[in-house]
Design a protein around this ligand. Structure first.
Ligand SMILES: [Zn+2]
Length: 249
């Protein structure tokens, strides 16, 4: 477990091997990070009151959800939040959508994703092409940018832009990427997604009840894709508690 209270010394060597799942819970607001391993998979379950949401449904999300929740509770999931379209954050979405169809979900599912994240739009289009005539529930795509405040059944969600670049044909491009503040009952969880060190994350993690911060470069030098332990820890300490995630294994 790597919840570290502000002010405690953190040794990077102790954080190299995260033991998933990482869980946090306070006053009916809870989060379970099933895993967050760069290039492999992320999968996060958020519970606010009686309401379930999924964040970054990477490969294995369905296995983890079915281990954790009853079929009815999985069917009640109302919102999916996508930080960005990399495969380790969206690879399990198709399975989740198909499972909900097979289980005859009747309530809507909203997928919130950053503007320009074509992966989600293509998965959605392909999914509808195959299953449109036999789909029991409505999928609502909500394309967002950092100005849009989202109200889910029980939470207020504020997205913020982060810096996450990738190399395509020797050219760097900014991947459409968001972090999210999830607020419920006067508590706030800040999840930065994949990001380099950026002021938006510093601002949003400050005083959060929980900050989930990526350290995708571990002990190595940071760049404009991921953070080092040192940077991630500096930001994490601004929150009341924090997890370092997405550490290379
Ligand atoms: Zn990424």
């Amino acid at each position: 477990m790597h919840v570290v209270k502000t002010g405690k010394t953190v040794k990077s060597t102790a954080m190299k091997k995260n033991k998933y799942p990482l869980s946090w819970s306070k006053n009916n607001f809870s989060i379970k990070i099933f895993c967050s391993i760069p290039n492999i998979a992320t999968g996060i379950l958020l519970k606010s009151g009686d309401n379930y949401s999924v964040i970054d449904p990477g490969d294995g999300i369905l296995r983890d959800l079915t281990n954790e929740l009853s079929v009815d509770k999985i069917k009640s999931i109302s919102d999916v939040f996508i930080t960005h379209g990399h495969h380790d954050h969206v690879g399990g979405l198709w399975s989740l959508l198909t499972y909900l169809r097979v289980m005859n979900k009747k309530t809507y599912l909203k997928i919130h994703y950053p503007k320009g994240c074509t992966e989600i739009e293509h998965i959605y289009k392909a999914f509808l092409k195959v299953y449109q005539n036999s789909l029991s529930y409505i999928i609502v795509l909500n394309c967002i940018n950092s100005n849009k405040v989202i109200k889910s059944k029980s939470m207020t969600i504020k997205p913020f832009e982060v810096i996450h670049k990738e190399l395509i044909n020797n050219k760097k491009r900014q991947v459409p990427s968001l972090g999210f503040n999830f607020s419920y009952n006067k508590m706030k969880i800040c999840y930065g997604g994949d990001t380099a060190y950026c002021e938006a994350l510093v601002k949003n993690a400050t005083n959060a009840d929980l900050a989930i911060i990526e350290a995708g470069h571990g002990d190595d030098e940071s760049d404009d894709m991921h953070m080092s332990f040192k940077e991630a820890t500096t930001i994490g300490k601004l929150a009341k508690e924090y997890f370092l995630v997405h550490v290379p294994e």
